[in-house]
Ligand binder design. Structure first.
Ligand code: E4P
Length: 213
């Protein structure tokens, strides 16, 4: 499973890239708005730092506007993935941009039928938001299971990008289901490496060693 960071913060991206574990980055307008600098500058910089896919979301609500923005973003770097919302206009723009060779990530996906349409529209990635489903009392991981089943049944190439991840258990469960990608905030990424028994064990090894010297 590929591991992506869900952030537009360059310091966080630098840290995870240094660990050698970063496969890509997802951004959205909320994440970009927290950082200083222009949208273009931020996306170009992230694309230089990360060899993998970097998602940049359009702001236009209509087909023509999405095409215009998507084509501009795709010209910024070869690893830009144009993020389009899961609307009928977004699906239409997805088909056009995908046919032009531009990689598209369909975002704000909350049902299996939406994921089916995204695949049929030629999306490179589909982004189901599992944490937001959990937040309103639904089972986000059940949606991943359904999408994986449908994509496997028909051999769709669209990669399942598990988004809106809240904690490490989400990552484990997504990996067990064979999801292609998991994107997560820095705080969750860091927690993947941690276990209290590792810390306690390491401390004990060091104490025992220093006692014997
Ligand atoms: C994914 O591409 C989205 O940016 C993200 O995962 C949304 O997560 P949130 O529900 O924590 O805002």
């Amino acid at each position: 499973m590929k591991l992506f960071l869900d952030t537009a913060n360059l310091d966080e991206i630098t840290r995870v890239a240094e660990w050698g574990l970063l496969d890509g980055v997802t951004t959205n307008p909320s994440l970009i708005s927290k950082e200083g600098g222009s949208f273009e500058t931020i996306i170009r910089k992230i694309c230089e730092m990360v060899p993998g896919a970097v998602s940049a979301e359009v702001l236009a609500p209509d087909y023509e506007g999405m095409l215009n923005e998507g084509r501009v973003y795709a010209g910024w770097a070869p690893n830009v993935y144009v993020k389009l919302p899961m609307t009928l206009e977004g699906l239409r723009a997805c088909r056009t941009l995908s046919d032009e060779g531009i990689s598209v990530n369909i975002t704000l996906v909350f049902s299996a039928n939406q994921a089916l349409l995204a695949a049929k529209a030629g999306a490179a990635f589909v982004s189901p938001f599992i944490g937001r489903l959990d937040d309103c009392g639904e089972d986000g991981m059940k949606l991943i299971e359904e999408i994986m089943q449908i994509y496997d049944a028909y051999g769709f190439d669209t990669e399942v990008l598990v988004a809106s991840v809240r904690h490490p258990r989400h990552v484990t469960d997504a990996a067990k289901l064979g999801a292609d990608i998991c994107t997560m905030p820095f705080s969750v990424f860091e927690k993947l490496a941690k276990h209290p028994l590792t810390d306690i064990g390491l401390q004990k090894f060091m104490e025992d060693w220093s006692k014997s010297r």
